[in-house]
Design a protein around this ligand. Structure first.
Ligand SMILES: Nc1ncnc2c1ncn2[C@@H]1O[C@H](COP(=O)(O)OP(=O)(O)O)[C@@H](O)[C@H]1O
Ligand SMILES: [Mg+2]
Length: 311
């Protein structure tokens, strides 16, 4: 399907779940008042995320993680490129479509608890509030709230306010708020950034459970490499580009970040370009050229030096 066909056939009120995500050559340039050129935060991001999977996007500070998450969440548009969430062309949403997309299709979980929860409301009231704003069906609210709070072990804490919750409890309550309106996609920006190691593992465990039980597509951006093994696949991001992809060989997420076998993948873009990870380039002495050697059903990439390539 080409993009103009896809753009015609989407309906924000009836999105088949779970949703996949496809990003093609996403570019984001921020205006920079102090210079003529802007700040390039995303330089041609390509993503393929299967419906219902739990994905981590891992990279250091300044790599473009929050920018990418905000573009997926339609908090602001990309400068160029295409982004599809299911059949929805997120890059070209306008006006009311953006509001509707943010309220119904995506849920956000932020690093800071006070961005997820209003401090003057209890955990339960916070969920009720976002349901009211999005016009979630009244007759389904009570049941949904009980289900969500129970599934993160917080039902007995429902009447507590932010100041009365521990860091881990606050993120679990924030998760309920993010999922209140049954989004098709959960986007989380450093959701464990404020938590200690043990609480981080606990929160990841709840994310895994909800990913499985709610058939929900989840994307977490983080600098924490431990997410790699505990998610189905990880994209490594550096300087606004995807530098590597690792995924679970068994198709399962691990409960322990030290276990599980991963395989390293490379994305082949629409022009046939493949990025060779820098550690492999270094290890095999690859400089300007490689040779392709095709043997049966296998294709080998063999380092070639300049003289050889010039022959
Ligand atoms: N609103 C903004 N205006 C200008 N530059 C920004 C803005 N937000 C982020 N940047 C810049 O874009 C780059 C990527 O930032 P960001 O997406 O926040 O990275 P990360 O979340 O991985 O730390 C950085 O160089 C950052 O300084
Ligand atoms: Mg960030």
């Amino acid at each position: 399907m080409n993009s103009s066909q896809a753009a015609k056939s989407f309906d924000l009120t009836n999105v088949p779940r779970p949703v996949g995500i496809a990003a093609r050559n996403l570019i984001k340039i921020y205006d920079d008042p102090s210079s003529d050129s802007g700040i390039i935060a995303l330089r041609g991001i390509e993503l393929n995320i299967k419906p219902g999977t739990f994905t981590s996007i891992i990279g250091p500070s300044g790599a473009g993680k929050s920018t990418l998450l905000n573009v997926i969440g339609a908090m602001y548009p990309p400068t160029a490129g295409e982004l599809y969430v299911g059949q929805i062309p997120v890059h070209s949403l306008r006006g009311w479509q953006i509001d509707s997309y943010r309220q119904r299709i995506v849920g956000f979980l932020w690093q800071l608890p006070e961005r997820n929860l209003l401090p003057e409301l209890t955990a339960k009231e916070n969920i009720e509030y976002v349901m009211a704003v999005a016009n979630y069906p009244k007759d389904k609210r009570e049941e949904r709230i009980k289900h969500l709070l129970s599934s993160v072990g917080l039902w007995n804490r429902r009447d507590h306010k932010l100041g009365q919750l521990s860091g881990g409890e606050a993120q679990r309550a924030g998760l309920c708020v993010a999922l209140a309106n049954e989004p098709a996609l959960l986007l989380a920006d450093e959701p464990t950034g404020e938590l200690d190691s043990e609480t981080t593992m606990e929160v990841i465990g709840y994310l895994q459970d909800l990913n499985r039980d709610e058939g929900l597509t989840m994307v977490v951006v983080t600098h924490d490499g431990r997410f790699e093994r505990m998610t189905h696949q990880s994209f490594y991001i550096l300087d606004g580009q995807i530098s590597g992809i690792r995924r679970s060989v068994t198709g399962e997420t691990a409960r322990d970040w030290r276990s599980a076998v991963r395989e390293e993948l490379a994305f082949v873009d629409q022009f046939g370009n493949v990025r060779i990870p820098s550690e492999l380039r270094k290890k095999h002495g690859i400089e300007d050229y490689v040779k392709f050697v095709s043997e049966g059903d296998r294709l080998f990439i063999v380092p070639a030096n300049d003289e050889e390539a010039a022959k």
